[in-house]
Design a protein around this ligand. Structure first.
Ligand SMILES: [Zn+2]
Length: 115
């Protein structure tokens, strides 16, 4: 699965400061996935599940300052990035259903009490 960026976001990834910054983050984080409970070594290449991905903790939404803020970036493996993080940050709840078809996330709207 390939993440699609809006055109103005894609330009940020071509920023000359991005590649060195990304590298610095991986070195700082010791090429280890910082996602809670993972801790996998980021030694994969390309689209491997253990390939390193620089994850923005706060969605930069095209903001260059936030995009290039070292403290806003953490090293994660591709699997965590594409799975947990995307679901948790972009939809606000965890995707998935139990065997009865109920969402597994207690915060999912279907599991909240009617107002
Ligand atoms: Zn991970």
């Amino acid at each position: 699965m390939r993440k699609r960026y809006r055109p103005e976001h894609r330009a940020l990834y071509n920023h000359p400061a991005w590649q060195p910054l990304r590298k610095a983050v991986f070195l700082r984080d010791d090429y280890t996935c910082q996602w809670p409970g993972c801790g996998r070594s980021l030694i994969g290449k390309g689209n491997a599940p253990n390939a390193p991905v620089a994850h923005h903790k706060r969605d930069h939404k095209g903001d260059l300052k936030l995009f290039l803020d070292r403290e806003n970036i953490m090293a994660t493996c591709k699997e965590c990035h594409d799975g947990d993080i995307q679901r948790a940050t972009h939809r606000g709840y965890i995707a998935g259903h139990d065997e009865n078809g109920r969402p597994i996330d207690p915060d999912h709207p279907w599991n909240r009490s009617p107002a």
